[in-house]
Design a protein around this ligand. Sequence first.
Ligand code: TXA
Ligand code: MG
Length: 312
Amino acid sequence: MRTLLTPVTAEAAEFIHGGGIVAFPTETVYGLGANVFDAAAIARIFEAKRRPQDNPLIAHIGEIDQLDQLADEIPAFAWDLIDTFFPGPLTLVLKKRDDVPLLATAGLETIGVRMPRHELARNFLKACGTPVVAPSANLSGRPSPTTWQAVFEDLDGRIDCILQGEATEIGLESTVVDCSGERPVILRQGAVTREQLSLIVPETSLSSGDPETAKSPGMKHGHYSPAARVVLISAGESIDDSESSAFIGLNEPKDRFGFERVVDDLNDYGHSLFEFFRECDRKGLAAIYCEAVPEVGIGAALMDRLRRAAQG
Ligand code: TXA
Ligand code: MG
């Protein structure tokens, strides 16, 4: 299959109309999209990504009215979150409507819904004219793609089209909040922080994240890991094999690393992390030392991804 590269949303949306699968940028990471009501196209997403069948997809909407096509019985607290954080890097898990294919939700009676705020994403979704299910546009197990080139690296020849945009702003996947119960439960941390959610719904809690009982099936799969070994270190910690390794962190490292990146702040750390992982793999480095950060604001999501990457 030839993969078309284009910056034109109408051209990319044509493939969705025809049952194809298209990678597109959002403010978090690039997604790999299909029409939510086209089960055959959704099956192609799982195949192209080599994604486990038990991992549900997020439906992306370009206009708030499209929520009605996806979700039923939206509770008042979920509307408060929608009013505050849509469009943006927040996914809400809601009771799904009967006509949403079970293939999209991996057999669950709930569906994750998100309205990106990224301009190109929204133009693309509007041109598609239907909600678009999209997991991150990487091969399963690899770091999520934050550039169209990273999508190309993983999926060229496996998908119909890549909508070319800039490098994504946030660089970490959306916050996922389960709203199918009595109160919101954070299943995956992201740029919309626990502190921000609690200001709107004080009863918001954080899922224990226990992989055995995890409500978010994706969280039990090995994730976000480069081929290189990822090791968490504290600021100024000394390392033996630094010359042959990579470093990323907020502070100048104590040793000289073969490849290093000192980021400006927590936002820059999140923005840079996954592409840095990929660069290390392209260079064939064996180890990446990542400086731990305080778990406030985006730091909580960053530490979540770093711990998962360190688990391999
Ligand atoms: O920022 C993002 O969320 C990106 C962009 C493309 O929107 N998408 C993304 O999708 O990261 P994916 O498939 O890589 O991660 C989706 C996460 C998984 O952990 C999945 O298990 C969870 O959301 N999820 C999706 N639907 C769910 C549901 N109905 N119940 C519980 N968890 C769900
Ligand atoms: Mg993913």
